[in-house]
Structures are given as C-alpha cells and as structure tokens.
Design a protein around this ligand. Structure first.
Ligand code: ADP
Length: 545
C-alpha cells in the first residue's frame, strides 16, 4: 500500500523562496572584489536570482546546460547558485586554484555553455578562453563602472545582463532528481572527476547539516563560510543558511587571519567553517595581536585532519567550540560530524579531546562501514582499520560522464569507496588513519601520516608538518617528516625528535626531518603529498645511506 502524501519535489528554488518569504530582511553581507562591503537581503537575493534566471534564458541557456563559475564567496556567486539551479540549469563551480591543464580539462569535459567569473580571474580567463571549446558566453561579475578592458570575446557585464530583466518569474516545478550543480574533485590522482548533485540530494544534505546534532545552523546564527564556494559548494552552507534564514557573512577573496577576524567581529559571526590551513592563519593573527573572538561560538573544521593543538587553541584560549568534520566532494560533502554524544561530553577534558581529534560520528543520512581488503566488514571496535565505504541519498551514484572512474568507485553492493583508511568505534566515531595511498607501510606495521603530523604540529617551532613514506631496504618504507618552521623560530631536529618520542611509539618516529621553506598545498588547501613525494623521491633514511 502506498502512502497518501503529496509528492512535492525538494528543490533548490524552494530554499531561496522560503528564505525570501520568511526571512526576507535577513542580511547577506559580502566582502567585494571591487573593494568594500556589500549588504543585501534574502528578499533581494531571490529577486536578483530571478532576474538572472530570465537573463540566462535570453542567452539561450536551458534545462541541463552547465553554467560555470570562477568566483569567490560573494553575493553574485550566491545569485548564480540559486538562479542557475532554480531555472533548471546546472551551476558548475570551478576551482580557480587548479592548474591550467586541469581547468581546460574540467570546462571542456563539463561542456560548459557559459562562464561567469570574478574580476580577479580575468587573466586566467584571458589565457584559457580560446581553449574552452563549448563556452558561448563569458560574463564578468561586476558593474559597468568596473568593466575591465579585456581580451575575451563578447565579454558581458553581469549587472547589465540582469538589469535587462525584471523579477516577475515563477521558479519551474522540476523533478527533484534533476541535476542542480556540478563540482569536480581536485584530481590529485588522475583527471578531475565530476560529482553531479541533484536538487533532492542538495536539499536533503541541507536538512542533514542543519540538524541540531550536526552543524545546528539556525536563524540565530551568522554563518561565515571560510571554505570557498568552489570547494564542494562551500560545504553546503548557502543552502543550509537559506533553509533556516541564517545571516551570511561572505569573506570574498580575503581568507587571511586579519580579514577573517575583522569580518567575524563586525558582522557578529557565530559559526564559521573552513580547512585547517585557514584556521592556522586566524589563530596566528589572534595570538600575535592578543585578540579575543567576542561572538564566534563554533567552528566546523574539515577537509584535512584537525590537530589536537588547534582544537585546544580554539576551545581553551578562544572559547570557540570545534566541530571536526569529515567528508568528500562526492558526498556533498558532509559524511561525519564530531558533535559529542552525551556520555562522551560528560567525560574529563582529556577524554573529550580524544574524541574531538576523531573525524566525527555518522549522522542520519550517511551509512558507514569499514571493510578489509577482501571487502569483509570489520568490527566497530575503534582499532580495526580498513577502507571506509559509504552510501546515502547525498552520496554520488557515479561520476559525471566517466564510466572508467565510476566502475572503480563502488563495491558490488553499490557502496561508494572513499579511499580513506579509518577505524570506527562502538559509539560510531570514525578516525581517519590516512588516505589509503598516503599510509606508510613499515615492516608489518602501518604508520598513519596523520598521527605523526598531528604530533609534530604541537611543537612550538613547527608551523606545518607533512609526512611521506620513503623507501627503506629493510622496512619497505619509513616516514620522512617535512616541516615548515614557525616565523622567527629555528627548529632543531634533535629537539623535535625528543619531543615526538614522548608522543609516538618508537617505530612510528620519523628517521629524518627536513626543514622546508614551505609546504605545497592542493587547490583545496590540503598538503600536496604527490608533489612532496616527487621532491623527495631520492631521499633515503639516514641509516640506509
Ligand atoms: P579532494 O579529492 O579534492 O581532496 P575533497 O575535498 O572531497 O577533495 O577531499 C576529500 C578527502 O579529504 C577525504 O577523502 C579525506 O581523505 C580528506 N578529509 C576530509 N576531511 C578530513 C578530516 N577531517 N580528516 C582527515 N582527512 C579528511
């Protein structure tokens, strides 16, 4: 027997429609590319998104067409999020930090029909436009007064484009399984791969993220996504914020500590989200200037493992609660969130931190299981390690137009293979041991590069730490620790080894340490281990020389 309930589709346009009607005067504040702060409201946002939808139709953009963006977190980008998806086209956020070859590959693979970009990326677009074979319209996201003299064919001005339309528009009633947005992984292994989200998956992910025991976004919050809108849809913040009418503070291109601090304080930000690298910058700025955060209550940190030292700094020194999250572009991206269960929250601080260092627990909507090499499920004992498999309504069912990548990504029952090696405990918390390709296999043991990095980052002279495996004649591989020194410090290798000896088992200790001028990062702010492996490929552990 079928239920007798209305079959109303879950649509991205429903989110902005709701926010405009019930939180119409709630603010969306943006740091602009042209300079200064811009203030808008949800009602204004919806009206402009509707004008944009009409303008897109005038340009010949229709259902299913991909509209690419190269843009920072700002109000026009937000209008594209809602206007493009709302009209039935696909909002394809492109990560401008990728290499030119990857950008060419992505835009051509997605066959984007139009490209909207911030002024910042004009040189990039000028260099690559001739190679973007499918792009018919290039639109710079600014007004007439700031239009650059540019070497791009038929360059359009965003404000002029939407000025030609009014907001008299009704969002189409789409099938909820229609594609709404597209985001490529950064392709640290092979070509980038596209995750094609649907309206349904996007709205369900927003529900999941807003849950009180997940990110608990509410209308009492001012949310600052310090994670770019080209990185897995800013972790879904734009949709979640609209769903509950939260105020947004969008940081534009300025993700440095000083700019974030000033935005947090002036807009009274209560919740922010970002990768550890961004928070390193903020913490340093706060420490150096002896500042306090007067409104920020929570920060969701993910994308890479959050070191204990960072959790302690936020919670002890700045009274900001850290939520450690784990996810992937392929998961919209939220997989797990580190809210403490009541029994864990009641334990002494040291134990609570032991849980906070873990990547979080499964939330409703994401099924998790850990399997061994033969695909057998491992016990939830917090010790057995294996690959994490996931499934759920906001996890991809395949990669966009990529049969080969899709074939390799799922097990026979349709679970998505994350490529992350984890443990899962009886409480449901996962701990990421490593990405399967980064784990160091030393003798019969596995060394987690994350464990060694997290231990090292606690040393006062170390700003950032990366660990890779290098060949060893006896052990197969041994860990090499590469560090970037904290400004003004002169790290001493022996001292660091002594420090680590108190924190790691003997066989986990790096045999050698390199003090590097800087540590390379991927386009999403993670340590670029492939590059480090290349740089140090001839390096051998001292004992083996
Ligand atoms: P990319 O493939 O570009 O790196 P993602 O941002 O989707 O794109 O990265 C997902 C991966 O990032 C995960 O598979 C995992 O390896 C890593 N990751 C994400 N969050 C965490 C975390 N909290 N701790 C450790 N690793 C994480």
């Amino acid at each position: 027997m079928r239920g007798m309930m209305m079959d109303r589709p879950l649509l991205v346009s429903g989110l902005i429609e709701y926010a405009a009607r019930y939180h119409g005067d709630t603010e969306i504040v943006s740091r602009t590319i042209e300079g200064g702060i811009h203030r808008a409201t949800y009602a204004g946002l919806e009206a402009r998104a509707k004008r944009l939808a009409k303008a897109l139709a005038r340009l010949g953009i229709g259902s299913g067409d991909r509209v690419a963006t190269l843009a920072w977190n700002g109000y026009r980008h937000l209008e594209l999020y809602f206007g493009v998806s709302g009209m039935g086209a696909v909002c394809h956020t492109v990560n401008p930090r990728l290499f030119h070859d990857q950008l060419r590959y992505i835009v051509n693979h997605a066959e984007d029909a139009a490209l909207f970009f911030d002024l910042t990326f004009l040189p990039l677009v000028e260099a690559l436009a001739p190679d973007f074979r499918s792009v018919r319209h290039f639109v710079v996201m600014t007004d007439r007064a700031h239009m650059p003299a540019a070497n791009v064919p038929n360059l359009l001005c965003y404000e002029e484009l939407i000025a030609g339309e009014d907001a008299d528009y009704v969002w189409p009633l789409l099938d909820e399984n229609t594609a709404s947005s597209l985001c490529y992984t950064s392709g640290t292994t092979g070509n980038p791969k596209g995750s094609l989200y649907s309206h349904r998956s996007t709205v369900l992910h927003a529900f999941g993220s807003c849950m009180a025991d997940a990110c608990a976004v509410s209308m009492f919050d001012t949310v600052c996504p310090a994670v770019p809108m080209f990185h897995a849809n800013a972790w879904g913040v734009p949709y979640a914020a609209a769903m509950c009418g939260a105020k947004l503070a969008l940081p534009g291109a300025q993700l440095d500590g000083k700019s974030l601090f000033e935005l947090f304080e002036s807009e009274r930000v209560t919740l922010s989200l970002g990768v550890p690298t961004v928070w390193l910058g903020l913490l340093k700025y706060l420490d150096d200037n002896r500042l306090r955060l007067t409104t920020l209550k929570r920060t969701l940190i993910g994308g890479s493992a959050v070191p204990l030292a960072m959790i302690e700094a936020f919670e002890e020194r700045y009274k900001v609660e850290v939520l450690h999250g784990w996810g992937m572009t392929e998961m919209s991206p939220i997989g797990t969130i580190g809210t403490l269960k009541p029994a864990v929250a009641a334990r002494p601080a040291a134990e609570r931190y032991r849980y906070k260092v873990k990547q979080g627990r499964g939330i409703f909507g994401v099924d998790l299981k850990v399997v061994d090499a033969a695909g057998r499920e491992l016990p939830r004992d917090g010790v057995s390690r294996g690959e994490l498999l996931v499934r759920g309504p906001w996890v991809i069912s395949g990669y966009y137009n990529d049969a080969a990548a899709s074939a390799a990504a799922f097990d026979k029952d349709g679970w998505f293979r994350t490529g992350d090696v984890v443990t899962i405990d009886a409480e449901g918390y996962i701990q990421v041991v490593d990405r399967s390709k980064d784990v160091i296999k030393s003798g019969g043991e596995w060394i987690s590069s994350i464990d060694v990095e997290n231990a090292a980052i606690g040393h006062p002279d170390i700003a950032e730490a990366a660990v890779i495996g290098i060949p060893h004649p006896r052990w197969g591989e041994r860990p090499l620790l590469i560090i970037a020194a904290r400004e003004g410090s002169r790290p001493d290798k022996k001292d660091i080894l002594r420090y680590l000896a108190g924190k790691l088992a003997k066989w986990q200790l790096p045999d050698d340490i390199v003090i590097a001028p800087e540590i390379p990062h991927t386009a999403t702010g993670k340590i670029l281990k492939t590059r480090l492996r290349e740089i140090y490929r001839h390096r051998r552990p001292p004992a083996a020389e």
